[in-house]
Design a protein around this ligand. Structure first.
Ligand SMILES: C[S@@+](CC[C@H](N)C(=O)[O-])C[C@H]1O[C@@H](n2cnc3c(N)ncnc32)[C@H](O)[C@@H]1O
Length: 286
């Protein structure tokens, strides 16, 4: 039987909004009231509590780190799919073709180096799409020092992503070429093959906190993530991305997102694709 919903007063809604904003930068508008009730009622009941007030009090005073994380996980929206916003991957392939042909960066061991970050990777479809389309076009990347870093604030989705197993229905809408990159497991699931999984390093990471990352990156994908943030938070994140991108590298953002490119050290290359400009603008903010 479905858990009974817990009543949510205006004051309780404000406390929850304030908490998720402080922790994850997520701004919940008035329209998200029903989302809060439907996602959190079960957590309130599971703790044997009978109000959101009591639940927030519990989070403030008694909850373990895991219980606090469960609250965050419950309020993220993780919608994603393979090859979402396909024009980004077409652009990435052209860009990497140019990188391979031209002078490229080298790792300490002398290997050519390629680094891509999927920031807000959800259940992994975005970083795996990057891995699949690049390895399909450029098998020689096998000999490169090529890594994709994939991070998300939601620890549940990071665990799902690392497993690399998905329902077979995720193949719907993909071309034959795209679908053939997956292993068919045979029980209604598909799997990203091990050599492709190995290219991706998954880590929980909250964009509101420090980023213990080794840049610089040749590309950052942060798509359909900052849509949940307010403008000042978005600007701060884009500035920090600028500080971690190679000059000439690209930032890919979601279809309904935008930024003041020049002020932040970028130029608009094409629909939701921004190129990091040469120069110091934004560089110091990592
Ligand atoms: C709608 S999904 C987008 C997934 C993928 N980038 C795509 O476009 O298909 C948004 C993701 O952003 C993550 N997110 C939200 N706030 C975040 C934060 N402060 N730090 C890191 N990730 C965050 C959510 O957990 C969620 O998985």
């Amino acid at each position: 039987m479905a858990e009974a919903e817990v009543a949510l007063s205006d004051r309780e809604f404000d406390k929850i909004r304030d908490r998720i904003y402080r922790i994850a930068g997520i701004s919940l508008g008035d329209a998200k009231r029903t989302l809060v009730v439907s996602r959190l009622s079960k957590l309130v009941r599971t703790k044997g509590l009978n109000s959101f007030d009591a639940y927030v009090d519990f989070l403030d005073k008694e909850a373990t780190a895991d219980e606090k994380q469960t609250f965050v996980n419950a309020l993220t929206t993780n919608l994603t799919r393979f090859y979402r916003e396909g024009h980004h991957f077409d652009h990435l392939v052209d860009y990497v073709r140019r990188l391979i042909a031209g002078p490229h960066h080298k790792s300490a061991d002398g290997k050519a180096r390629l680094r891509i970050w999927s920031a807000g990777c959800s259940t992994g479809q975005e970083p795996y799409t990057i891995a699949m389309c690049l390895m399909q076009h450029f098998p020689q990347l096998r000999n490169w020092d090529f890594r994709i870093l994939a991070t998300d604030v939601d620890t549940n989705v990071v665990a799902t992503a690392a497993a690399g197993t998905y329902p077979q229905s995720d193949l719907e809408g993909l071309s034959k070429e795209q679908a053939k990159m997956f292993e068919i497991v045979g029980d209604g699931t598909i799997r990203v093959p091990a050599p492709l999984r190995k290219l991706v390093v998954f880590k929980p990471l909250n964009l509101m906190q420090d980023w213990p990352l080794k840049g610089p990156f040749d590309a950052i994908f942060c798509r359909n993530v900052t849509i949940y943030f307010d403008k000042p938070t978005q600007t701060r994140i884009f500035e920090r991305f600028a500080g971690l991108l190679e000059e000439g590298a690209f930032l890919y953002i979601g279809h309904s997102e935008n930024m003041r490119a020049e002020a932040l050290g970028f130029r608009l290359e094409g629909k939701t694709i921004y190129q990091r400009l040469a120069g110091e603008n934004g560089r110091a903010v990592a």
